[in-house]
Design a protein around this ligand. Sequence first.
Ligand code: SF4
Ligand code: SF4
Length: 398
Amino acid sequence: MATHSVEVVYRGIFQKTLAKNITRGIVLAAVKQGKIGIAFGRYGDSPERNGIPAKNFAIVADNEEELQASMAQYEPKSVDLTVALDDTLCKGVESWAWYGLQPINRLTRPGGYLLVTTMLDFADLLQMAHAREQPYHLALVRGLPSFSGLWVYKDDHTDVRVLGAVSRLLPDLVSLEAVEAAIRQEWKSEQKVASARKAYERVEVMAVAPGVGDRRRPYEFELPRWWELREGVTIPAIVPGEAFPDPTTGAVGGWRPARNPYFKKFSTRTMRPVIDFEACIKCTLCWLQCPDSCFDVTPDGYYDANMEACCGCGVCEAVCPVDNCITMVNEAAFTNNDSQWAAWKRDREAYRAWVREKIQHRPERSHGFQQRGQYERQIREMAAAAVGGPAVRERTGG
Ligand code: SF4
Ligand code: SF4
């Protein structure tokens, strides 16, 4: 008698079909073993938006009664396996509700697994994932972020590779043979069966001890108590913002807009802008065009993208008229949200070196709208790597 649950955390829209294929594939495979299960989704936002963290679940039980018992809750409180389909989700997940930032491993049961599709190493991922008090396992399926959503279909075998890895990590949930049978039925491809088997053989696993990971406390909101609630529905206005001091000269000026403290912060971001202030001509275009009013106007008239607010859309890079003044870089290459402008003001030489180092992590990622032919090339590479061809070309930082 056992119930198993798996959550698949994905980037809304971009990976929607991918996440659905995985949870559906788990249930189909389990049914092949005489079990019963259900796969369902829970939006990270409503409506589901580009890049917003969202979840799909697969729950598998030995019988109907057990399944019904586990379904009597909104979502599992604890899962045997968390799958992160984009490694930058390891920095945390903001759901649609007012929870603040949830660690990616928050629902992973003690001793359970966090499976990440990534080109990064264990150490890189553990810098991002929040530390826990209980041990768990970190598992890796090698691959670039896969986009297989509503607007883009990128069939690079990530779905079946994750299924193969699931059967290796949770053999009590589903066997490799059952996964292979489900793939034959659903995808009708022996190449995909081979991909699942390779992932089963190749998945890398590391035991993570308590306390290992990002030890910072994820931000959370102070929710009002019931006696503090106001009558009716009220939406407080956002105050306009204010000038702020230059960390080196102490001169006060510029403008930092106040921001809704409850609005999503940075967990939608898979890339962030890196700004070369020495190239900036102060044209204001980035400030005008940023959809999330991210830019703080600094006391000396520069535009500092505030990383607590940036969603990583890349519009600022697209509109900046100066070559290489704004460069979108893989989010996985950063460990904090500190002000770039403040760092530049403090030490220009060190900042130049920092920019040089960071822009080496220029992405393959983006959401794929970057280069014509990018998808076709990546699909060929990933599918070849999945079935045992050459290893994936390069580590891209994400
Ligand atoms: S990437 Fe640029 S335009 Fe987009 S939210 Fe961030 S700062 Fe604004
Ligand atoms: S768009 Fe580029 S040049 Fe113009 S203010 Fe922004 S960073 Fe500077």
